[in-house]
Design a protein around this ligand. Structure first.
Ligand code: EPU
Length: 334
């Protein structure tokens, strides 16, 4: 366990917002958590992963615990699959590259998603037709209020679209220490259903590695590199509408793109709604909507979290006025 005071978080959040953490504590092992709770209790705690799904609007006055629990280990292996245990502080993309390198499939579509493995279940990360829950087996988390480590099954995590119990009932109540994922050893369950992937793979052999390479190429061409232009990926979630609400929307805007989720739910891309409001590439002071993907809000260098939040509210308001649809942030706002 390492402790720092008034530590700048500028390099620890992908928006590049410059705020300080009063007490910054690096957790490298589960035992650090037990020691922490014994000496400080569990009040005033925030947990930081890769800082890639986070908008910081003020200094952190409480305790900020940075998850740096590492380790990748195969727990069980059979002819078809491997069960892998991964430390919550591992970088997600580096873990994907490890899997690709070993020929383990299931997460290649989620290449280059920023952030840590421990943060991945919180919003059930997903991209190009695959979500974390598709390979998820369980996780261990330190439960602050109980003062001990708990095992969560997949069902107990309550996964939904960019959602889990850790965003709702257990918000800020746990520290995810280890995640268990089941990966395949065969090339048989590869997912190339997403249009952009099949296009990128035209004329190439389909494999775990070629899908990962394709996803990396697509993401690099569409999403800004946080090292160059601060951002937090998609700032808003896509919108899930009831059949009825959707048909009203479609009547007024016949060209609205949409995906049928189930009998009752239709998903509408928020990028389209924002685009139609004329925000694509629009700059507002030090922030704005990215020119190639308006769902991504960017920091041109000196934005404050408050400024980005204010701009996001403008976007939300305009979408509400034009379409009578409420869009909500995907990022966590502190
Ligand atoms: N669109 C526009 N204008 C644009 C861009 C997109 O109208 O400038 C519309 C198009 O209709 C397009 C649709 O939006 O078909 C969807 O766009 P895209 O395929 O780029 O994906 P997305 O729904 O905007 C989601 C995830 C991304 C993920 C991609 C690929 C959410 C909130 N975002 O974006 O995840 O990489 O799909 O699977 O679900 C993230 O969560 O941070 C993230 C980047």
């Amino acid at each position: 366990m390492r402790k720092l005071e008034n530590h700048s978080l500028k390099d620890l959040n992908t928006f590049g917002i410059d705020v300080n953490a009063r007490d910054f504590i690096v957790i490298e092992h589960e035992t650090d958590l037990f020691r922490w709770v014994e000496s400080h209790g569990y009040e005033d705690i925030h947990v930081l992963g890769g800082g890639s799904n986070l908008l910081l609007t003020q200094d952190i006055d409480g305790y900020l615990l940075k998850n740096e629990i590492k380790g990748i280990e195969i727990i069980v292996e059979d002819e078809e699959t491997v069960l892998v245990e991964v430390g919550g502080g591992e970088n997600w993309h580096e873990f994907v590259l490890w899997a690709v390198e070993h020929g383990y499939g299931g997460i290649e579509n989620m290449s280059l998603i920023p952030g840590t493995v421990g943060a991945a279940p919180i919003q059930n990360i997903g991209a190009y037709g695959v979500e974390l829950k598709d390979v998820f087996e369980g996780l261990n988390a330190f439960h602050w209020e109980k003062g001990e480590e708990w095992v969560f099954t997949k069902e107990e995590c309550g996964f939904g679209y960019r959602d889990s119990v850790f965003k709702r009932a257990l918000r800020n109540k746990v520290f995810i220490t280890r995640v268990y994922l089941r990966l395949t050893k065969q090339n048989h369950s590869l997912n190339t259903s997403y249009g952009a992937i099949s296009k990128e793979l035209t004329g190439k052999a389909v494999s775990i590695r070629s899908i990962s390479d394709a996803v990396i190429a697509i993401r690099q061409s569409k999403l800004p590199d946080p090292k160059v232009l601060g951002n937090s990926g998609s700032f808003f979630k896509n919108v899930e509408l009831s059949k009825e609400t959707f048909s009203n929307l479609q009547e007024a805007f016949p060209s609205v793109p949409h995906y049928i989720m189930d009998e009752q739910t239709i998903k509408v891309p928020t990028a389209w709604l924002i685009d139609q409001c004329g925000f694509k590439g629009v700059r507002y002071g030090e922030t704005g909507c990215y020119e190639k993907q308006p769902l991504v809000l960017v920091n041109y260098g000196h934005a404050t979290g408050a400024e980005i939040l204010e701009f996001s509210k403008k976007v939300q308001k305009k979408v509400q006025e034009k379409f009578n649809v409420r869009i909500s942030p995907e990022v966590n706002i502190w």
